[in-house]
Design a protein around this ligand. Structure first.
Ligand code: GLP
Length: 240
């Protein structure tokens, strides 16, 4: 695992955007996307590079990690809408090539299987961007998730719902269930790039990078991956 420590969050976002830019320039055509506050900085920088440096997303297929159950796709906090607002609307990514799990499908179990199949058919993603939860989750794989898990329904922990209440106004409005790619699904991407910034992520980053490989810290699964890059600012690196 490669760990890159940058002075601040903007620098960390620029570093990850640079890794994505290089991958696309080298011909990567499948990209995994995450939501969360740190990846948003990466998307702003990718949009800037699209405007000013000719970075193009034509012909790229992008796949989102997860979605809340019960939020219609146009809900401002649905992860589909977040990724459209933060990235897709600002670059030349073909909307038909933005692949999303639906949180409002009539049969959510079948929807999870459909999305997993969609990923399998695309082949290993060239690059997967990841954030990390304060509790060490990646995607919405909460602590205790099987390291062998595939795309499925999960129940959010109260901690995660409390954390994400800032986007919803009240914890009561945060959905209890999600569809998320599994840890094994995520691990199939050729290159995993995790970004974490801020002091509140320091404990999770230390557990993921230097702790034991354990379902208690789902992000520790990166230790098994042949090509994982962790990009952190100094605050998130403070316990390394
Ligand atoms: C969210 C997402 C994760 C993300 C994490 C961190 O709930 N499902 O993919 O990595 O939580 O988000 P933030 O950076 O906003 O704390």
């Amino acid at each position: 695992m490669e760990v890159l420590i940058r002075p601040d969050a903007d620098d960390a976002a620029r570093t990850v955007a640079g890794i994505v830019h290089q991958a696309l320039a080298e011909g990567v055509r499948t990209l995994g996307l995450a939501t969360g506050s740190a990846p948003v900085g990466v998307y702003r920088e990718l949009a800037r590079r699209h405007r000013h440096e000719g970075l193009g997303f034509a012909g790229v297929d992008a796949f989102l990690l997860d979605e809340y159950v019960g939020l219609p796709p146009a809900h401002p906090q649905s992860l589909a809408e977040v990724i459209r607002r933060e990235l897709a609307e600002h670059v030349d990514l073909d909307p038909a090539r933005l692949h999303l799990p639906s949180g409002t499908a009539p049969d959510l179990f079948a929807e999870a299987r459909r999305f997993e199949r969609c990923l399998t058919e695309a082949g290993p993603l060239g690059l997967q961007i990841l954030g990390i939860g304060v509790n060490g989750h990646i995607g919405f794989n909460e602590p205790g998730s099987s390291l062998a898990s595939r795309t499925r329904l999960k129940t959010l922990t109260d901690d995660t719902r409390r954390d994400n209440a800032r986007f919803f106004g009240s914890i009561d409005d945060v959905p209890r269930h999600v569809i998320t790619q599994g840890l094994a699904t995520i691990g199939e991407a050729s290159h995993l790039v995790l970004i974490a910034t801020g002091p509140h992520k320091a404990r999770a980053v230390a557990a993921a990078v230097e702790g034991p490989l354990t379902a208690t810290c789902p992000a520790s699964v990166l230790q098994l991956h042949p090509h994982a890059t962790v990009v952190v600012d100094e605050l998130a690196a403070s316990r390394l």
